[in-house]
Structure formats: C-alpha cells, structure tokens
Write a protein that binds this ligand. Structure first.
Ligand code: ATP
Ligand code: MG
Length: 333
C-alpha cells in the first residue's frame, strides 16, 4: 500500500457522511457537496503525474571535470606579503562561510589572488562556489592527515582570482584522527605556509566549534576575522573564542591577532540590529569593520546557484557591502 493509499483512506474517513439508519440522511449531504466545490487536490491526478515523472529519465547534465592546480591561469601581478586570515566564530550560522565566499570573490574581482581553504566538513564554501563534491578525490582532509601536498587538492580559478582547497564530509573524521597525530596543531600551518608568496590572501573558513580543526586554523593564521550576527546574544561565545586565541597566541602562534569584527545580517529596520552594532562597537572599537553586511535574501540564494554574490547579484546590497569590506581589507593591509 503506497503513501497515497493511506492519504486517500484518511480523506475518506474524515469527509465521509456519517452512516445513518435512514437513506434520508444522505440527501442533504450530497446537496451540500454540490454547493461547495472541493478545493482539495485530486490525489489520482497527482499520483499519475508523479508516476510519469518517475518514469521519465532525467536529462544527463554534463559534468565538467575539475581543473588541477597545474591548469591555473598565469598570475596577473606581482604578489607581496601573503596574509592568512581565519574566518572564525564557534557559534553556528553567523555568516562565516558566506563571508569567506564573498570576501574572496570581491578581493578576486579587485585584482587580488586569493586561496580559499574550506576547513569545515559541511563544505559550504566548496558547494557555494559550485564545486561538484562527487568529483573530488582528495580534499583538505588528505592534506591534514595523508601528507598530500595542498597543490594536489587546490581547484584553480573557481571564481575570478580565487582558488579553493575544498572540503568533503571526510573532513569530519579529522577532529578525531588528528588527536593521535604528531604535531597535530601545525598541520594546516605547514600546508598553507608552502603557499605563502603565491597569493595575496589565504582565507580559511572555520567550522562552528573550537576543536582541533579550529586550533589548526588559529595556528596557521596571521589574523582572525570574526563575523558577529546582529541578533540576540550576538557576543555569546566570543569571550571563549578570545580565550582560545590567547592560549594559541601564548604557546603556538605569538603574532596571532584580531584582524577585524564583521557585523553580519544587519537589518536597518530593527532596533535590535542597531543595539547590537552599538554594543559590538563599544566592546571592540575600531576593530569593527565600518560596513555591516545587510540581511538580504540574495546572499542566501547565491550558494544554491554555485555563485558568489558578485556574480549572482553584482549590483545588489550584499555585493556592494562585501566589495566595501574587501576595500577595507586591502587598506588595512
Ligand atoms: N547577510 C545575509 N543575509 C541573509 N542571509 C544570510 C546572510 N549571511 C548568511 N546568510 C544565511 O545564513 C545562513 C548561515 O550562514 P553561513 O552558512 O554563512 O554561516 P556559518 O557561520 O558559516 O554557519 P556554520 O557555523 O554552520 O558554518 C545561511 O543559510 C546563509 O545563506
Ligand atoms: Mg560555515
């Protein structure tokens, strides 16, 4: 018995006239039904449509093979010092991956060379830039745990000026597997260190936790960019993040510092957003980027098209905001 059989039966049960001893009971019921045409969907039609869909083969979409680092387009300009920035906040859903994708793309469009390292097993940066994960044979997991050179996993020119070291779900095992490894906190630093001088910026998209992957990012990074969502409890967890930063700074990465605080999902119509901006500015002062990223539906739609906002909606508020942030990043040096 299929799903629809059950549905049909339920419908009948709930709308069936109550059985009465006399046939007279049925007449008013029939009249009533004729007066009020049914607004319920015709289950039989839906069933037929679904059966037709199921029997129609999907059109084969040609899948483009992934490019390798050797296919990288020649770099257009002289590269100075590489800045490694971890986009970090152990709080989930604050706009880390959205910022990583769109800041990378905005910097790329402004003529910078950017490597985006997807360090989150969710792989949101990879899918958000249209990487077909089923084609990835090796990802950042293999760099961290199987001594694969990072060049061997980088997909070049995923957007203008942007290369990506992608993540797949394999990376989820890294948190546990790294525990038993030697120099487990330094794996990413060693990998990324080899790429210094080849990019202007290396952006690392961190997972929403303070586990070993995030510690690897803290050790590999020169600076931290902390997105803070303009919502209730915006600063929740930030103290813990700053404590982790201080611990890593004192033992493993003495030059680590905050690069900037980025206010995300700002809604100018709400007093809450304004209060959060005031509170965060009071706490972090000039570290806060002057442009907040507005809440816009285009920013949440763009990843499903595998495009950064600068391609998906180049003239929109989200795109303009990330271009402003990219300008600030370049001017901060
Ligand atoms: N400025 C914005 N306006 C509207 N939607 C946004 C904006 N920024 C992010 N989003 C949406 O909010 C959700 C969370 O964003 P995102 O994935 O970037 O957060 P995250 O911090 O990387 O999350 P996680 O901690 O799970 O990795 C996503 O659905 C994203 O599309
Ligand atoms: Mg993310």
């Amino acid at each position: 018995m299929g799903f629809f059989d059950g549905l049909k039966r339920d419908n009948k049960q709930s709308h069936a006239p109550e059985a009465g001893p006399s046939p007279l009971n049925q007449e008013p019921e029939v009249a009533q039904r004729e007066e009020q045409p049914s607004i319920e969907p015709n289950i039989d039609e839906i069933e037929v449509t679904i059966r037709e869909r199921e029997s129609t083969p999907f059109e084969a979409v040609p899948v483009q093979p992934l490019k390798s680092y050797k296919d990288k387009a020649p770099v257009r300009h002289v590269i100075g010092h590489t800045k490694v920035i971890a986009i970090i906040n152990q709080k989930g859903g604050v706009g880390k991956s959205t910022t990583a994708i769109n800041l990378a793309a905005a910097l790329g469009e402004m003529g910078k060379q950017v490597l985006l390292v997807d360090l989150d097993p969710q792989g949101n940066c990879s899918s958000g830039l249209g990487v077909e994960k089923s084609l990835i044979q090796r990802c950042i997991y293999d760099v961290l745990l199987n001594d694969v050179p990072i060049e061997d996993v980088i997909i070049p020119d995923i957007a203008e000026g942007v290369d990506i070291a992608p993540a797949t779900i394999n990376l989820a095992g890294a948190e546990v597997e790294l525990v038993a490894e030697m120099a487990r906190e330094n794996r990413l630093k060693d990998a990324v260190g080899g790429m210094r001088g080849r990019y202007d910026f290396i952006l690392i998209d961190c997972p929403p936790s303070l586990g070993l992957l995030t510690v690897n990012a803290l050790v590999a990074a020169d600076k931290l960019l902390i997105p803070i969502q303009c919502e209730f409890y915006a600063l929740e967890g930030v103290t813990k993040l700053l404590e982790s930063m201080k611990r890593v700074k004192s033992r493993l990465n003495p030059t680590l510092d905050i690069y900037g605080i980025l206010l995300t999902m700002y809604d100018s119509r709400t007093t809450l957003s304004k209060q959060v901006v005031d509170e965060v500015r009071e706490y972090f002062g000039r570290l806060v980027f002057s442009t907040p990223i507005p809440r816009t539906v285009k920013l949440s739609e763009a990843p499903s098209f595998g495009q950064p906002i600068t391609q998906y909606d180049p003239k929109g508020r989200g795109s303009l905001a990330y271009i402003e942030i990219a300008k600030e990043v370049i001017s901060r040096g």
